[in-house]
Ligand binder design. Sequence first.
Ligand code: BT5
Length: 256
Amino acid sequence: MLNNITYEYYDSVDSTNDRIKERAHSNQAGGLVISAGTQTAGKGRIGRKWESPKHDSIATSMLLRPEDISLEAIPTITVVAAMAVRDALYRIYGLDGKIKWPNDIVVDGKKICGILTEMEIKDGKVWYVVVGIGVNVHNRTFDEEIAFKATSVDLELEKIGAQKAHRKDLTKAIWESFKKYYNIFITTQDMSGLKMEYESNLANIGKRVRIEAQEDSYEAVAKGITDKGELIVEVDGEEKIIRTGEVSVRGIYGYV
Ligand code: BT5
């Protein structure tokens, strides 16, 4: 169970995930959150970059030390974290974000948040997990390559005539929501207690999606998720389970 959350903040780090890893190696207990004003080497999945310009966005990571967790349950933590971000944005700002499986939150068709879960194994067991969350908050412009697909909390709040966001409040709200969902997840180590709520906020659901797998790429219709948090798609009348990889949703980030 996740009980106490403690917070540390730094003006600038390489990657908040890497700072958590360092602490994990020096026996830090779970529940530590490290946030930073900017990251000089923010990471996305599979070696991609995550932009977190100075004081415009949230870069925050939590250390988890789940006991007796199976290796296959770890990717599900990303799915749980996505629920938490969506919940926090809705709870404190009324923003109706959708989850683009597995690790993006989108608002009005654009990416507002990305999540990167990493872990380390020791003696054949999960030693620790780090969940990293990046949220665009005050950003008004983005690098050319992502400008078409990125948005921020302030840009979305402006559309509904609401006040600006506050990074510290939002960071705390995200981790409080995470605690709520994670503690439901960890009792069963799966999504059985969260699936219904998850699916009601899934951007992919009922939509045509493009699966970019390593071996091939094909179109399908997203149906929902399994108890393990994997995506269920239908292709030529048959159900398939997608465990990882890229899933583009028609109408989101330009997939037409
Ligand atoms: C992600 O990867 O979306 C995971 C991002 C995780 C960032 C957090 S910040 C705190 C912690 N510390 C870290 O070092 N990382 C975590 P992926 O699904 O692979 O998406 C990466 C892609 O998103 C990039 O290739 C860009 O196309 C796009 N991107 C980069 N920065 C972005 C931004 N600020 N807003 C929207 N899209 C962005």
